[in-house]
Design a protein around this ligand. Structure first.
Ligand code: GDP
Ligand code: MN
Length: 386
């Protein structure tokens, strides 16, 4: 789960990281009230889950509460990289002398957390990595944790001044606690700012939590921003389906992540483009199947555009999943509401015969061959196009 900046900075503050006072607002009036409390210049920042908000006009300074009202109104009217701005952070503005970059991220290839630090902060770290890779310092964190001397050694060559090195090391050790105790996959501060007075402060917060650890953190549920979830994503999560929306036009319903990958590979191999990755899981019920079809066909309404799904493929390899359960789910959802696009069914395995009978009773057929199913669904999708 990705946290929004205002949530990330709350987490940071809890671990003692230096963040400036501020709060989140949904209206210009609220933004003005927060600016009154802060008493002094504020920065207004769009709370959308993308980087580069600054460049997109989503970060503005305001020196009075009235100005905060105006800037908040402007930013709340923005759509940044396709995401409407529904909330803004209003925080005490900092004076900035230098912008640095600091992050801890999971390095999967080394199977260790990785600290990344750069003297070039406030810009895209990917860009720094491309153009001046020597400006990024890296440190893998050993299994027994990060030590104070390691933190100091990391900053010494770049920051030099003792007071700055101490503050930055303190920030890193606290960020390490956020990352490890907080079960993060990423904890990033960009920019980590140095003020003209020589104070080090975290001016941005990007946190990705490891969903596998959710059972250890009751509060995470409350952090999920349900407003930002589409109806399809919400339904998928409630029903325990893995759902990833993609760019193509062929809706895929499969059981098992491996089969999902193989299905998408094959769709691509034959020249098609999958519209989604939808895994109904190892043991499925008719209910999961009806939810899956609802998600795929409902997606157009969620995104406010015409549905790009032009044909739907079921690719089911019945093991623990029973083919008759899937067939029942299909006929039940068709009875509730017609799909409006062609449906191709491939199923084989447990209770395949029973499934075939259920489908036949409702005028549907299924193939057992994956190749055949994929080619047919691509052909159907193309027929619909022309
Ligand atoms: P991002 O562009 O989405 O990563 O948003 P950031 O929160 O990192 O802000 C972008 C840039 O706005 C920063 O690199 C700073 O240069 C500037 N900025 C952010 N907060 C402040 C602030 O409190 N004071 C000043 N002067 N500039 C700020
Ligand atoms: Mn940033």
């Amino acid at each position: 789960m990705n946290l929004r900046e205002y949530q990330g900075r709350e987490l940071f503050a809890r671990y003692g990281l230096p963040v400036l006072p501020g709060q989140v607002a949904s209206t210009p009036e609220e933004a003005r009230d927060i600016a009154v409390q802060v008493a002094g210049p504020v920065v207004i920042k769009a709370q959308v889950m993308v980087g580069g908000r600054g460049k997109a006009g989503g970060v503005k300074l305001a020196s009075t509460p009235e100005e905060a009202f105006d800037r908040a109104r402007d930013i709340l009217a923005l759509t940044i990289k396709g995401l409407p701005v529904r909330k803004v952070l209003v925080a005490q503005a900092a004076e900035i002398a230098r912008e640095l970059y600091l992050a801890i991220v999971l390095d999967r290839s080394k199977k260790l957390p990785l600290v990344m630090f750069s003297s070039e902060g406030g810009v895209d770290i990917e860009e720094v990595a491309r153009s001046t890779p020597e400006k990024i310092v890296r440190l893998h964190v050993p299994l027994d944790g990060l030590r104070a001397y390691q933190a100091r050694a990391l900053f010494q060559p770049v920051l030099r001044e003792g007071a700055l090195v101490s503050q930055a090391a303190d920030v890193l050790l606290k960020l390490w606690r956020v990352y490890s105790d907080g079960d993060c996959q990423l904890a990033e501060i960009n920019p980590l700012a140095i003020t003209p007075a020589g104070k080090v402060i975290a001016l941005d917060a990007k946190v990705i939590l490891d969903d596998n650890a959710e059972y250890r953190h009751r509060e995470w549920e409350g952090w999920r921003d349900r407003e930002e979830e589409t109806a399809g994503e919400r339904l998928a999560r409630d029903k325990g389906l893995s759902y990833v929306k993609l760019e193509g036009d062929i809706g895929c319903v499969v059981n098992g992540a491996g089969l999902a990958m193989a299905t998408m590979d094959l769709v691509k191999h034959y020249g098609g483009e999958p519209a989604n990755f939808l895994d109904i899981g190892g043991s499925s019920s008719p209910e999961k199947v009806t939810a899956a079809l609802k998600i795929i066909t409902g997606d157009a309404r969620d995104r406010g555009g015409a549905s790009k799904v032009r044909a739907i493929l079921f690719n089911i390899f019945g093991g623990i999943t029973r083919c008759d359960d899937v067939a029942n789910g299909i006929v039940q959802s068709l009875a509730q509401s017609p799909l409006g696009v062609p449906l191709v069914i491939r199923l084989t395995g447990t209770n395949e015969e029973a499934a075939r009978k259920i489908l036949a009773d409702h005028g549907l057929t299924a193939t057992t061959k994956m190749d055949e199913g994929v080619r047919e669904v691509i052909a159907k999708a193309q027929e619909v196009t022309v």
